[in-house]
Design a protein around this ligand. Sequence first.
Ligand code: DGJ
Length: 396
Amino acid sequence: MKKHVNFLILLLFLGVQVMAQGVKKNTSIRSGELWPDTDGKHINAHGGGVLFHKGKYYWFGEHKTAGRGGNSTLFGVGAYVSDDLYNWKNAGIVLKVEEDASSEIVKGCVIERPKVVYNQKTGKFVMWFHLELKGKGYEAARTGLAVSDSPTGPYTYVKSFRPNAGQWPMNLDPELKHRTVGMEQLKWWTDEWRREVEKGLFIRRDLEQGQMSRDMTVFVDDDGKAYHIHSSEENLTLHIAELTDDYMDFTGKWSVLAPAGHNEAPAIGKRNGKYFMITSGCTGWEPNEARSFVAESIWGPWKPLGNPAVGEGADRTFESQSTYILPVQGKKDAFIFMADRWRPRNPIDGRYVWLPLEFEGDKPVLKWQDEWSLDVFNTKYKKKSAPAAKGKASAK
Ligand code: DGJ
């Protein structure tokens, strides 16, 4: 009997200890694992991006749900707040889908890859995202806009559209606008077709209604100018487009990057006055080999530098796909590569792959790390290259 009482007392003691400790604090980044927020729940902010504002980081992302169908947007865009990049407090759904069936962001539409930037001039937080209209698969290919007075919302939906209607890209010969070779004359994926894509085949097709805009990101340069970078032309070519001074529209100035190169998931950073970009190929939710580019001007030319990932798992970007390059505040040349390990059959269980970026010359380099902390930016990342970690990158 006494034994039982002692055991019960021990259990009670342990229970009180656990309660007193609350949710354990995160002290490192462990890619591919569950990432508990400050309530102990796995973070739900996929295809995300991070804004730094007044000493805090804000992580915005797709709020997914469980089971098949969990990729369509039933709630909206979620946000989390952190001051150390490890521990994130859920700020809830900051852009809510609407009940009204005539709304472009009606419940059941698809909102992907939301990115928020702060406009110094207007004091507004501007959110851009990829929008697919409800029940139309991925054919709408629009960019959507919402705005708020506070980083954690609520964000008010403004509009969606296909960008740059009537505008020809700066880096293609304007004469090509009048070329008469049409879609119907060409067989897809032949060399001739590819050459015509490079000469604006799809841009001409969509010139009047605006260019397609799917996977996207937004980048604010040192001079305050912002750019919307998106997969266009049936995901064949990336478009880089300038935003207006209030970040609420497109100026009509834009250029193409890697025509017919089939790039998705653009993520961009700036280092030593040069722009670098990491993208993926196009294989739906399946991982593939990432690509990297560097340029002296945002308008290009963009030099391809190949797969930034090295070591075991590099051919599938450690089972992930890029979403954002996050500059770590207060540390020079410290960038985190943010990526998603998608779980299309149970999207809410999607994982995050966050890795510190190294550089070899201008080339960004990604090495798998089971677990790491921001201290890496103080020490080994100052050296030219770090020893490769053992690749434990398999999807779970
Ligand atoms: C890959 C994209 O990068 C994702 O954002 C999403 O659009 C899926 N394709 C849909 O298949």
